[in-house]
Write a protein that binds this ligand. Structure first.
Ligand code: TXA
Ligand code: MG
Length: 313
């Protein structure tokens, strides 16, 4: 299959309308989209990514009017979160409509609904004229792509089209909140902070406090966000001996020499860069990446979640 690279929204949307697969940028990471109501197209997403069939997809919408096409029911909490954070880096798990095919939700009777805020994503989704299911546009198990080049690296020849945009704003995926239970529970930490969510629904829980929730978000069972290199977490680069064969990313500028070094100006910057840095290190054949830990406030919580997952493989 030839993968078309384009900057034309109309050209990319035409692939979706005719049952194809298209990678497109959102404010979090690039997604790999297909028409949610086209069973064959959705199947091609799983095939292209080599994604386990029991890992459900998120439905992306361009406007509030499309929510009812995916969601059978919106709780009061969900409705408050929609009002506060749509469009934005938030995915809400809600009961699905009968129209949503089970292949999209991996057999679940719920669906993740998200309205991206990135301008290009919104225009693209509007041009598709249908909600679009989209997981992150990486091969299963690889770090999520934050540039179209990273998508190309993983999926060239496996998908119909890449809508080329800029590097994504946040760099970490959306926050996933299960709204089918009361109070709602965060299944995956992400670009929308816990603090922001709790300003609207104060009693919102976090999955880490409830081990049974691993079942609720199948994606959490799989290897994620991991580079090929071994990831080692450190408090400070001063803990690491001189190591010119390894890489370092963190907030503090290291004194020693590394094969690749990334000193980030802020936690936001760190979150924005970390997946691209992992990919760069893999390309350079680096075997160990030292990552400085950060305080778990704001986006720091999601960043630490991704770093821990990467380090546990
Ligand atoms: O920022 C994002 O969320 C990106 C962009 C493209 O929107 N998408 C993304 O999708 O990260 P993906 O498939 O890589 O991750 C979706 C996560 C997985 O952990 C999946 O298991 C969970 O959301 N999920 C999706 N639908 C679910 C459902 N019905 N119930 C529970 N968890 C669900
Ligand atoms: Mg993913």
């Amino acid at each position: 299959m030839r993968t078309v690279l384009t900057r034309s929204i109309a050209e990319a949307a035409e692939f979706i309308r005719s049952g194809g697969t298209v990678a497109f940028p959102t404010e979090t990471v690039y997604g790999l989209g297909a028409d949610v109501f086209n069973v064959d197209a959705v199947a091609r997403i799983f095939e292209a990514k080599q994604r386990p069939p029991d890992n459900p997809l998120i439905g992306h919408i361009s406007e509030h009017g499309q929510i009812d096409m995916l969601a059978a029911e919106i709780s009061i909490d969900a409705s408050g979160l929609i009002e506060a954070f749509f469009p934005g880096p938030l995915t809400l798990i809600v009961p699905k409509t009968a129209r949503v095919p089970l292949i999209a939700t991996a057999g679940l009777d719920t669906i993740g609904v998200r309205m991206p805020s990135a301008e290009l994503a919104r225009e693209f989704l509007a041009a598709c004229g249908t909600p679009v299911v989209a997981p992150s546009a990486n091969l299963s198990g690889r770090p999520s792509p934050t540039t179209w080049q990273a998508v190309f690296e993983d999926l060239d020849g496996r998908i119909d089209c890449i809508l080329q945009g800029e590097a994504t704003d946040h760099g970490l995926e959306s926050t996933v909140v299960d709204c089918t239970i009361m109070p709602p529970v965060i299944l995956r930490l992400g670009s929308l902070s816990i603090e922001a969510l709790r300003s609207v629904v104060p009693e919102i829980g976090i999955h880490r406090q409830d081990p049974t929730l691993a079942q609720r978000s199948p994606g959490l069972r799989y290897k994620h966000y991991a580079p090929n290199a071994r990831v080692v977490l450190v408090d400070s680069p001063s803990e690491i001996g001189a190591d010119t064969g390894s890489a370092y990313i963190g907030l503090t500028e290291p004194a020693g020499e590394f094969a690749e070094t990334m000193a980030c100006g802020s936690v936001e910057d760190y979150a924005h860069t970390v997946f691209a840095f992992f990919r760069k290190c893999d390309k350079a054949g680096i075997d160990t990446i030292y990552c400085q830990m950060v305080s778990e406030a704001g986006i720091g919580a999601a960043l630490m979640d991704r770093l821990r997952r990467a380090a546990s493989h």
